[in-house]
Design a protein around this ligand. Structure first.
Ligand SMILES: [Cu+2]
Length: 294
């Protein structure tokens, strides 16, 4: 009898494993306690950014070491005890030319790598999935404009889901119910952005009240959602899984409670979800879409 109950406990614990939550989808993009560095890159954009960060870090470290060595030499060789009578010259043209030219060369070198990466982010390709994102105080609204449906996305535990933006046994139960664990509090949302893997997703962003900012660190995207303007971002996620982000523009009292959940699923899973979503959110049936395209 005891064995069965402990077996049940193990099974319950296994089913609550956060790494495999949500219909077998692994949680990939998530901050981890005590860790440093970036979340695993799930797009080419994120890979480029992380590579650029590492490359510039090498340059920064080299400059810091070089300047530290120069300072140490000056402190040891030219202090009053070691060098009682100091030289009286004030200029040295070759050195001055060098310390003007070399930083320019370093900046041009960095620019030669960073500008192409910036352009890759900001030049929006033709999208295969289009989503309009609206930031509200304090939740996100998503419209799948290819199929004319939309829904709002609230943090699990936010007032709209019956919570008070605080952890409680009820909120934990809601999280578990949705396939998450209590570790995902402040990250998991009731509905999520579902996108197919390896497809170009183009998002248009705007704000309904104040400026918000939509980001998924593992995708290497972050874009302000500004009232009265429509900005764009794009990504092509290469790995199925669950990715979290948070509003990244201070937007008021509950800024911390409007996270973002993106589920990257297989093409087949996406089609299935789309059928259900079109029905649930009263979107345009796909046959009508096909007809109007002709
Ligand atoms: Cu916000």
């Amino acid at each position: 009898m005891r064995l069965t109950s402990s077996l049940m406990a193990v099974l319950a614990a296994l089913s609550a494993l956060p790494a495999m939550a949500q219909e077998g989808l692994e949680i990939v993009g998530k901050p981890t306690d005590g860790e440093m560095g970036f979340q695993p890159a799930a797009t080419e954009l994120a890979r480029d950014l992380q590579w650029l960060d590492g490359m510039i870090n090498v340059i920064i470290i080299a400059i810091v070491l070089f300047v530290t060595v120069l300072l140490a030499i000056v402190a040891v060789r030219y202090n009053r005890r070691a060098n009682a009578t100091s030289a009286t010259f004030t200029h040295n043209s070759p050195v001055e030319i060098a310390w003007t030219i070399i930083p320019i060369v370093i900046l041009v070198f960095i620019g030669a790598f960073s500008l192409p990466i910036l352009f890759k982010q900001q030049e929006i390709p033709d999208g295969e999935v289009h989503i309009k994102v609206t930031g509200y105080q304090w939740y996100w609204g998503y419209e799948y404009t290819d199929h004319d449906f939309g829904f709002d996305s609230y943090m699990i535990g936010a007032p709209a889901t019956g919570g008070e933006n605080r952890m409680s046994p009820e909120v934990e139960a809601q999280l578990v119910e949705a396939g998450y664990s209590k570790d995902e509090f402040l990250l998991a949302t009731d509905t999520s952005v579902v996108v197919p893997v390896n497809k170009v997703v183009v998002m248009q962003l705007t704000g309904a009240d104040v400026i918000h900012s939509w980001t998924i660190p593992a995708f290497g995207v972050k874009q302000d959602a500004v009232p009265g303007r429509l900005s764009q971002l794009w990504f092509k996620a290469e790995k199925e899984g669950i990715y979290f982000g948070q509003c990244s523009e201070l937007c008021g009292q509950s800024h911390a409670y409007m996270p973002i959940t993106v589920k990257v699923v297989s093409e087949a899973e996406y089609e299935k979800w789309l059928e259900g979503a079109i029905e649930e959110y009263a979107g345009t049936p796909r046959s009508v879409n096909v007809a109007s395209a002709n």
